[in-house]
Design a protein around this ligand. Structure first.
Ligand code: ATP
Ligand code: MG
Length: 358
């Protein structure tokens, strides 16, 4: 179990982490998600002991490993680290890279496990090759196996798939997840890809302005985002402004009910693209939708573009209300062909609509 307790960290008087706290339980995979430069790598450097802590504490199984007075050196922490840039030694073979820093006895102890791991990722014939003879994906696999070589309790993974194409990424992260689970290793994964975080993690923490804005299961973050920033991280959204009157707010997509506490307040209404359904004007809307469940827009949309993306169609709509032209994106499952300029009725699923105070 790894605990970050009220971590504060600055580079040159610039605050990077501000009162950051989080727990990684044994056997869990936790992802830290956040925009570039928000302090993800800094946090991993503090956990691994590469950087010294300024304020706060890091505990491994209730033992302090980093505080203002304590600093356990990186090699004594039992924490493996797969760096953001992979960082294999170019002048050493794959096998020398993996066993780097081990004495003969330790090497003998670990050989069988390493062979098994190399087999699992089809790299057993590459032991005597040099890093430049491997693809980017294969080098990432070697970096993971190297981090696992000394039986760490925890592995830190810093954007381990960022250099890979999307197909290879899917395959490699699947293999990584199985290896972590089979070996009961906890992992803290850093990424700015929400789908990757959802694929890999038991829990996700979203970093914003130096602290965790929300921490929870992938389902929690997707269905119950605490802010527009979190909602936006987990999918494409439409955002509208409005003022709440008697528990209701009017938007171009219809009238939504709001919590009482928002009465008379300015609010931001966030609607996921996939929460919007479109019906051709020719069809009778009542036959297609459950009127009690969905909110029906009083306005008609006009299709500007319809593009097939993998597994879904993204439709760009223009909805005119008086002199204002609202641009709305809807993501429809599968291939849904709409003609340009086709008129459509627009419905939305209220369970995918989030309202925040502006
Ligand atoms: N050694 C350093 N000296 C001074 N500033 C640094 C140093 N390392 C990082 N920073 C700054 O600290 C901030 C956080 O950096 P960090 O590498 O933790 O970001 P990150 O979230 O990992 O970003 P990315 O997603 O781009 O990898 C950045 O603004 C960066 O410029
Ligand atoms: Mg980084």
């Amino acid at each position: 179990m790894l605990d970050f307790l009220n971590i504060h960290f600055e580079y040159n008087n610039r605050i990077i982490l501000n009162d950051f706290s989080m727990r990684l339980q044994v056997g869990e995979v936790v992802s830290l998600l956040g925009p570039s430069g928000c302090g993800k790598t800094t946090l991993l450097k503090l956990a691994s002991g590469i950087e010294k802590i300024q304020k706060g504490e890091i505990k491994l199984n209730n033992q302090t490993i980093s505080s203002r007075d304590t600093h356990l050196s990186p090699d004594k922490r039992g924490i493996g680290y797969v760096f953001q840039d992979c960082a294999l030694f170019p002048h050493l073979t794959i096998s020398q890279n993996i066993f780097f820093g081990m004495d003969k006895k330790e090497e003998q102890l670990q050989t069988k496990k390493i062979q098994q791991l190399m087999d699992e990722v089809n790299l057993s014939n590459f032991s005597d090759k040099y890093p430049h003879e491997l693809s980017g994906g294969q080098q990432q696999q070697v970096a993971l196996i190297r981090a696992m070589a000394s039986d760490p309790q925890i592995i830190l993974l810093d954007e381990p798939y960022s250099n890979l194409d999307s197909r290879l990424k899917e395959k490699i992260r699947d293999q990584m997840l199985h290896i972590l689970r089979e070996n009961n290793i906890s992992a803290l994964l850093v990424t700015h890809d929400p789908e990757e975080a959802m694929f890999m993690s038991d829990k996700i923490g979203v970093l914003n302005n130096g602290f965790i804005e929300q921490f929870g299961s992938p389902i929690d973050l997707y269905l119950r985002p605490k802010s527009a920033f979190i909602a936006e991280f987990f999918g494409e959204i439409n955002v509208f402004g409005g003022i709440v009157e008697e528990g209701l707010v009017n938007t171009v997509l219809g009238t939504f009910s709001c919590p009482k506490k928002f009465n008379k307040s300015k609010v931001k209404i966030v609607i996921r693209n996939e929460a919007i359904m479109l019906y051709s004007d020719k069809k009778n809307i009542s036959k297609n939708t459950n009127k009690n469940k969905y909110i029906i827009s009083p306005y008609i949309g006009c299709v500007m573009e319809a593009r097939l993306l993998a597994g879904s169609t993204l439709v760009h709509l223009s909805i005119k209300v008086g002199n204002t032209d609202f641009h709305v994106h809807a993501r429809i499952p599968g291939l849904n062909f709409f003609n340009i300029n086709e008129k459509v009725k627009v419905c939305s699923d209220p369970s995918q609509i989030f309202i925040f105070k502006d």
